[in-house]
Design a protein around this ligand. Structure first.
Ligand SMILES: *[C@@H]1O[C@H](CO)[C@@H](O)[C@H](O)[C@H]1NC(C)=O
Ligand SMILES: *[C@@H]1O[C@H](CO)[C@@H](O)[C@H](O)[C@H]1NC(C)=O
Length: 233
C-alpha cells in the first residue's frame, strides 16, 4: 500500500512539473495586453491586463519592421526580440520571435534562455551553432547551418552562433515562451552588479586574480554600454 502511495506521489510530482515546463495554457483565444487598466472589460492575466476581446484588432497581432539591426558592436551581432510591448497579441500565447543579424565573423555569444526553447532558421549566410548539455555529460552539439537550415536550442542550455561565412548572416528564431529571458554567460559572471567576489571567481574558474580582473573590466564596461540601448536583445 505504501509503495503504491509513493508511486502515486512521484507520478503526480513528475506530471505537474511537466505541465509547468512552458508558459501556462491561456484558457482563451487571446489576451491582448494593454497598459490602460481603466478600459472596460480589462482582466489581469500573466502580468498584463487584457483588452476586451471585442476591442482587439489585427494590428494587435501584427508588427511592422523587424529590420536589419546595426551589428557594429564588439561581438558583431545583434539579436532583436519582440516582446509583448511590441506585439501585444502574443500575451499568454507562449511564443515570440527574434531576428539575429551577424556581421562577417560576428558571434551571438554564449547565452541561455531560462524560460524558453528556441528554434532558429538561417535566412541568409552560414552559421556555426552549438549548445552544451547539463551535468554530468556537458556534451557539445554543433552544426554548420546554411540558408534554409533549422536548429533547436533546448530551454536553459548554453548556446551560441558564429557567422563563419564571408558575408553578413541573418537568422530568425521562434521561442516557446512570450518572455524567454536571456542570460549572457560572460556578462552575468564577470559583469554582475554588484560584482561577484574575486575569491568566488578565482576559485570557481581556477585562474589567477589578474585574469579575473581583466575579464571583469571587459564585461562591466560592456554591461554599462548595453544598459543605454535597452531595446537590443
Ligand atoms: C552603427 O553603429 C555604429 C556605432 O554605434 C555607428 O557608428 C554607425 O553609424 C551605425 N551604422 C548605421 C548604418 O546606422
Ligand atoms: C506599456 O507600458 C510600457 C512601459 O511604460 C511601454 O514600454 C509599453 O510599450 C506599453 N505597452 C503597450 C501595449 O502599450
Amino acid at each position: 500500500m505504501k509503495a503504491v502511495y509513493l508511486f502515486l506521489v512521484t507520478f503526480l510530482a513528475l506530471a505537474s512539473s511537466c505541465a509547468f515546463a512552458s508558459d501556462p495554457s491561456p484558457l482563451q483565444d487571446f489576451c491582448v495586453a494593454i497598459n490602460d487598466t481603466k478600459t472596460t472589460g480589462a482582466v489581469f492575466v500573466n502580468g498584463n491586463f487584457c483588452k476586451d476581446p471585442k476591442l482587439a484588432s489585427a494590428n494587435d497581432f501584427f508588427f511592422h519592421g523587424l529590420k536589419e539591426a546595426n551589428t557594429s558592436n564588439r561581438f558583431g551581432s545583434t539579436a532583436t526580440l519582440l516582446t509583448v510591448n511590441d506585439i501585444p497579441g502574443i500575451n499568454t500565447l507562449g511564443t515570440t520571435i527574434a531576428r539575429i543579424d551577424y556581421a562577417p565573423r560576428g558571434l551571438n555569444p554564449l547565452h541561455f534562455h531560462p524560460r524558453g526553447s528556441e528554434i532558429l532558421l538561417v535566412v541568409e549566410g552560414t552559421l556555426f551553432a552549438g549548445f552544451v548539455t547539463s551535468n554530468p555529460e556537458n556534451r557539445l552539439f554543433t552544426k554548420i547551418l546554411n540558408k534554409g537550415d533549422v536548429f533547436v536550442f533546448p530551454v536553459g542550455l548554453i548556446h551560441f552562433q558564429l557567422n563563419v561565412g564571408k558575408n553578413k548572416a541573418v537568422a530568425v528564431s521562434g521561442f516557446s515562451s512570450q518572455n524567454p529571458g536571456r542570460t549572457d554567460v560572460a556578462n552575468a559572471v564577470f559583469g554582475s552588479n554588484p560584482s561577484i567576489s574575486q575569491e568566488v571567481l578565482t576559485k570557481g574558474f581556477q585562474v589567477d586574480r589578474n585574469i579575473i580582473e581583466y575579464l571583469q573590466k571587459q564585461f562591466q564596461m560592456y554591461n554599462s554600454m548595453i544598459e543605454m540601448k535597452h531595446d537590443s536583445y
